[in-house]
Design a protein around this ligand. Sequence first.
Ligand code: F6P
Length: 344
Amino acid sequence: MRIGVLTGGGDCPGLNAVIRAVARRSWAHGHEVIGVREGWRGMVEQLFEPLGRSQISGILPRGGTIVGTSRTNPYKIDGGVDAVRAAFEQVDALVAIGGEDTLGVAARLYAELDAPVVGVPKTIDNDLSGTDYTFGFDTAVAICTEAIDRLHTTAESHNRVMVVEVMGRHTGWIAVHSGIAGGADVILIPERPVDFEEVCNEIASRHAKGKNFSIVVVSEGIELPGAEEASSEGGGQVDQFGHRLLAKRGVGERLGEEIESRTGYETRVTVLGHIQRGGSPTARDRILATRFGLKAADLVVEGNFGQMAALRGDAVIAVPLAEATAELKTVPLEWYDVARTFFG
Ligand code: F6P
């Protein structure tokens, strides 16, 4: 069997660990593995490359993806789906490693064309249903936590409020987890409406208790009260999946201005951006990615298509792709309550 592997959407640490695991398990069953370049674009344009021992060697700790990625959506390209159908004549099975968008395409291709595809959930955002955690998330949280630690020392030296904007798209998983780990004084996430007065009261209450600095972690996806429609649309830019480029809205910067003008405390803003997605995966992400890759290869060998590898508790199981991509996994209130205990 010729097994293709593609990575789609934003990259994240651990993609190469999955590719390695898929390849190693597939080879053990006597199958050939090929890289499909740059996500679904590689299926539309048949951009294939052989993956052998030399390509796979040494990639476990490497960030990014050796087969490249893109946000190409074959359903948004004229003749895109027919091209993918034709590509499946060259590829007997496909492991699609991606988030909501990439796996949404996989689910649709399986449902509509009976395409021999299995999924692996990746995203730093951890917003995919069907799995407790995605790989890449742990690394992003570790990077943000380290940044918050560093901002603490400079905030304290200068008596400043530090606003840290983190990624996460429409969910606040990265903000809540890194905020808890880094001891944030306020955390704002898209799941909860933002109230400027509440934020400023938390900061003022810290100052009243003798703390001369505060750390505010804000998720890029929050909506600010009174924000103009044009700016909240991210300058009108959307990708092929219709997603706004949230970082371009600059919610961290605007929140910082609001805090400074309302409280009078000097405020600085740090936008962590793509640093959160770069570099080597944590040990936890390497292990999760490896387990997901092995599971995906097993699903292919069993002919169990239309499924996705998922983490439930400590077990890696298979869940239907359709279920995993049906809705976003948002941050439950219980998680936010853990963080909120330490506000103010
Ligand atoms: O989905 C991963 C992610 O990093 C989001 O957190 C973020 O909103 C988006 O991708 C950024 O996309 P791009 O790399 O296209 O700027």
